[in-house]
Design a protein around this ligand. Structure first.
Ligand SMILES: CC(C)(COP(=O)(O)OP(=O)(O)OC[C@H]1O[C@@H](n2cnc3c(N)ncnc32)[C@H](O)[C@@H]1OP(=O)(O)O)[C@@H](O)C(=O)NCCC(=O)NCCS
Length: 416
């Protein structure tokens, strides 16, 4: 008989074995590394927002996963989002629907908790897209020379931040979250880990005594024989205003004598506008005369798990100021109780679900695409053009586009 339940601390060894075998690339290949991993897992499992689950048959553990209670900013609202990570199946029990059972359990778990959305980083995007997860915004890897950043200007001095600045850093991140879409509130153990990793450096900028921005970075060596040469991996760049940004970029620019390239991974599509020379050093030309500025990848995926709850969460969101009645026909093969037809009554931008038949227009799509649409990762017009969405009357396509257009695409700075 198969059952899914929380993993006990005395079962962590078995959880670690399954995880290590499922992810050989983690290179946990010595007793010391395994002990470190167990130590870390035992701390994380005590976090009240993190839940380790296992799939059991009798007493045998067949698979494991981690669920995270995240609070995410979705448009103007902060809301509970269920995160999934660390999915691993015992090598002997693959292809026995262990992963499918876990994902199904995870979706039900967060539906019961009242979440409208779930999110994960996929090991393979197609695997989770079939389960109803839609793509988020792509990640860009820029590789620029420090000297291509603007100078900071007079008075833009910066300082190292330490654990003493923990609360101020958290507040600065939170202000950034409030201005953007999609960011996840920083869990306290993630905040702690910023200060406990000796390889990470945190530099901040203050104005009037208040922390107005910070960067998190580490050095990486450059391949070759020159141990003096290095790159900077810029992990996070948070700023309240132009002054803070200028100061932080000015600090990075000053490293030009020792640092070859700054490697910055960000969902900001426009970052190249800051750079004097945005080319990434590859020398590659694309499609004729297009200089390669960055490489890209898809990562975070979102899933609507409860449509009714979603429109409750978004009751104060402005759906483009539109007044219209839209029928949404949603296909959800993995979670059928979440699919079906929904009648959305929108009055001057405020939307609610209401029973009834009459509608100005009907749109249809898979829950994966609807999830991407509703978080703001893609416009309706593109989904329609790609044949991923249908509409009963094409002349309504611009109106539906306005309803679901997001002021900002969703970004995520939390790895899990
Ligand atoms: C990837 C991994 C988790 C898959 O585990 P698994 O238990 O073998 O996967 P499953 O047997 O549950 O396969 C998924 C099933 O869901 C089914 N499924 C997917 N979408 C579905 C849908 N919309 N409706 C119904 N069923 C669906 C698939 O059809 C598949 O079943 P099938 O093999 O009968 O076709 C496992 O191979 C592993 O641990 N890999 C290494 C670690 C890793 O990469 N983890 C993922 C990190 S995010």
């Amino acid at each position: 008989m198969r059952a899914i339940r929380e993993v006990r601390e005395d079962e962590l060894n078995e959880l670690a074995r399954i995880t290590i075998e499922a992810f050989p690339g983690m290179k946990v290949d010595s007793q010391e590394a395994r002990d470190r991993m167990l130590d870390r897992l035992s701390k994380v499992m005590k976090e009240p927002t993190v839940h380790f689950f296992g799939v059991f048959e009798d007493d045998d553990m067949l698979g494991v996963m981690r669920c995270y209670d995240f609070t995410m900013k979705l448009h103007a609202t902060r809301t509970l989002v269920g995160g999934l990570g660390g999915v691993a199946v015992d090598l002997r029990h693959k292809k026995e629907h262990v992963a499918a059972d876990m994902v199904r359990f995870y979706l039900d778990f967060y539906r019961r908790k009242g979440a409208a959305l779930a999110a994960l980083y996929p090991f393979r995007p197609d695997f989770y897209r079939r389960m109803g997860f839609g793509y988020g915004v792509k990640m860009n890897r820029y590789r620029f020379r420090p000297g291509d950043l603007p100078a900071g200007g007079a008075g833009s001095h910066v300082e190292y931040l330490t654990t003493a600045d923990r609360e101020e850093l958290a507040a600065c991140y939170d202000r950034h979250l409030e201005r953007t879409n999609g960011l996840i509130q920083m869990p306290s153990h993630v905040l702690d880990s910023l200060f406990s990793d000796p390889a990470l450096h945190i530099v901040g900028y203050r104005a009037g005594g208040e922390l107005r921005g910070y960067i998190v970075f580490r050095f990486e060596s450059v391949p070759g024989d020159n141990w003096l040469a290095s790159n900077i991996q810029l992990r996070m760049l948070i700023h309240d205003d132009q002054m803070a940004l200028a100061a932080l970029l000015g600090f990075l620019r000053k490293q030009a004598d020792q640092v070859e390239r700054i490697v910055y991974e960000t969902q900001d599509e426009s970052f190249h506008h800051i750079l004097t020379d945005p080319r990434d050093g590859s020398g590659s030309l694309l499609a004729g005369l297009w200089h390669q500025t960055n490489t890209q990848g898809t990562g975070i995926m979102y899933r609507v798990i409860d449509v009714a709850r979603l429109f409750e969460v978004l009751r104060d969101h402005d759906f483009g100021g539109v007044t219209a009645v839209v029928r949404l026909d949603l296909i959800d093969s993995f979670l059928p109780e979440n699919g079906g037809s929904f009648r959305l009554v929108i009055d001057a931008g405020r939307a609610r679900l209401a029973p009834g038949e009459a509608a100005d227009v009907a749109i249809g799509m898979d829950v994966s695409d609807f999830s991407s649409l509703v978080v703001g990762a893609i416009d309706f017009g593109r989904l329609f053009a790609y044949g991923r969405a249908t509409i009963s009357d094409e002349s309504f396509a611009p109106l539906v586009g306005r309803i679901f257009h997001a002021a900002a695409p969703p970004w995520c700075l939390t790895n899990f």
